[in-house]
Ligand binder design. Structure first.
Ligand SMILES: Cc1cc2nc3c(=O)[nH]c(=O)nc-3n(C[C@H](O)[C@H](O)[C@H](O)COP(=O)(O)OP(=O)(O)OC[C@H]3O[C@@H](n4cnc5c(N)ncnc54)[C@H](O)[C@@H]3O)c2cc1C
Length: 355
C-alpha cells in the first residue's frame, strides 16, 4: 500500500475541482483495504473510496481524511471454482458463455475492450465510460440501452460493517437507474468493491437499438452488429459529443434524467416535452433536453460551461473553485424548475467529511 500526503483532489477527479486530501492510500491488493481502514482508525480519520474520480466532485475545503484509491488489477475467467488469468485461458475456457472477473481497480473500458475483442456481447454499448470496474456497480453505469445490472453475476467486497469479505449477488444489490444499495439507503458506503464478475455470451445485439445508436446505424447503413463493431460505433458517437476526460474537465452527465409516473408523463407530453415511454406508460425526460429548452446549451456560467454538444454535460472551463460550480448548478436547476417545474438531481457525488 502506497501512502501520499496532502494531495489535490482536483488531480484525482475528472472535474478537476477540490482542495487537498490529508492522505491518499493506494490499494493494490485486497489486503490493502483492511490496512487502509486500520491506518485511518489509528489517526481517527474518515475514509473515502475512489476509483477514477469520473463521478466525483471535490470541494474547496478538501478532505480531512483518507482517500482510498482502488488500483487493484487483474482480469480473469472463472472456470468452475478457479480463476484463470485471461492471458492463460484456453479456448475451451473462453467458451460461448463466460464469467469474466475483473479487479476493482481495472479500467472499465479495458474490461469492455477485452470482452468485445473476443466477441462477447453484454457490455459493448457501455464502451468508453470513464472510470474503474469497481465503481461500475455503485451507480449501475449504463449507456445506449445497456447497464451493468443486466450482466452482473456477483461482486466481492469488503463489508465495513462486519469487517469481512463478502460476496454479493445481483438480487442483493437493489439495482435501478443510477441507484443501488451501494449508493443509497442505510448501506450506502458500506462495501468496498474489490472485484466484479459479469456473465457474457458470444453473440450480438439485435435491432432496434437505442435511439442515437440506431440513428447512426441508419445513417451509415451499418449491418455488422458484432460487439466489436458496436463498440466502434458507440465510441464514434461518444467522441463526437462527450468530452475526453484527458483533455476537458467534466464529470460526464451532471444531472440525472427525470423519471415520471404515467400521469406525469401524460401531462408532460401534453405540454410538448418529449418523453421516452416504458411499456407500463411511465416515462423519462432527458434532462439535457430541458436544459437546452431553457436556452442554456453552450452557455458559460461562472467559469463552467454547459457543453454545446450535450447540454447534460457541465464543463469546468475556468472555474475558480467549487463555489463557481455551485453557482452554475443553481442557475441551471432554477431555470429548469421555473420553466418546467422539474427539480434536476445531480449525478456525481461530492466528497464530504460528513458523508
Ligand atoms: C466524460 C464522461 C462520460 C461519462 N459517461 C457515462 C455514461 O455514459 N454512463 C454512466 O453511467 N456514467 C458515465 N460517466 C460517469 C462515470 O464514468 C461513472 O460513474 C464511473 O462508474 C465512475 O467510475 P470511477 O472509478 O471514476 O468512480 P469514482 O468517481 O471514483 O467513484 C464514484 C462513486 O463510487 C464509489 N466507489 C468508487 N470505487 C468504489 C469501490 N471499489 N467500492 C465501493 N465504492 C466505490 C465512490 O466512493 C463514489 O461514490 C461519465 C463520466 C465522464 C467524465
Amino acid at each position: 500500500m502506497r501512502i501520499r500526503e496532502n494531495v489535490s483532489i482536483a488531480e484525482l477527479t475528472t472535474m478537476r475541482l477540490g482542495g487537498k486530501a490529508r492522505y491518499v492510500l493506494i490499494a493494490e491488493t485486497p489486503d490493502d483495504v483492511q490496512k487502509a481502514y486500520d491506518f485511518a482508525k489509528e489517526k481517527h480519520l474518515p475514509v473515502w473510496v475512489m476509483g477514477g474520480g469520473a463521478n466525483t466532485i471535490g470541494r474547496d475545503e478538501g478532505y480531512a481524511g483518507v482517500i482510498l484509491l482502488n488500483r487493484m488489477k487483474g482480469i480473469f475467467v472463472r472456470h468452475g471454482d478457479e480463476l484463470i488469468e485471461v492471458d492463460q485461458a484456453s479456448s475451451e475456457e473462453l467458451g460461448d458463455e463466460i464469467i469474466l472477473v475483473g479487479m476493482g481497480g481495472e479500467i472499465w473500458d479495458d474490461f469492455v475492450k477485452f470482452a468485445t475483442d473476443r466477441g462477447y456481447t453484454g457490455i459493448e454499448a457501455m464502451s468508453l465510460i470513464p472510470g474503474t470496474l469497481g465503481a461500475a456497480p455503485v451507480q449501475n453505469i449504463g449507456a445506449y440501452g445497456q447497464d451493468v445490472a443486466q450482466v452482473i453475476e456477483e461482486v466481492k467486497a469488503y463489508d465495513l460493517k462486519d469487517n469481512q469479505m463478502v460476496t454479493l449477488k445481483p438480487e442483493e444489490m437493489e439495482m435501478g437507474y443510477r441507484h443501488t444499495r451501494f449508493n443509497h439507503g442505510k448501506d450506502a458506503g458500506r462495501f468496498v468493491i474489490v472485484s466484479v464478475a459479469v456473465r457474457l455470451k458470444k453473440g450480438e445485439l439485435k435491432p432496434p437499438f437505442y435511439n442515437s445508436l440506431q440513428k447512426y446505424i441508419d445513417e451509415y447503413r451499418e449491418t455488422d452488429f458484432s460487439p466489436k463493431n458496436i463498440r466502434r460505433m458507440v465510441s464514434e458517437i461518444r467522441n463526437g459529443k462527450l468530452p475526453d476526460p484527458e483533455q476537458i474537465a467534466s464529470a460526464g452527465s451532471f444531472f440525472k434524467n427525470v423519471y415520471l409516473s404515467k400521469d406525469e408523463a401524460d401531462k408532460a407530453e401534453e405540454n410538448g416535452i418529449p418523453i421516452w415511454r416504458n411499456i407500463d406508460g411511465t416515462g423519462k425526460v432527458n434532462s439535457g433536453w430541458l436544459i437546452e429548452a431553457c436556452g442554456l446549451k453552450g452557455q458559460k456560467l461562472h467559469g463552467m460551461r454547459v457543453s454545446d454538444k450535450a447540454a447534460l454535460v457541465l464543463i469546468n472551463e475556468e472555474a475558480g473553485g467549487y463555489f463557481d460550480l455551485e453557482a452554475a448548478r443553481a442557475k441551471i436547476v432554477d431555470a429548469v424548475k421555473e420553466k418546467f417545474g422539474f427539480i434536476l438531481e445531480q449525478e456525481p457525488v461530492e466528497i464530504s467529511s460528513n458523508a
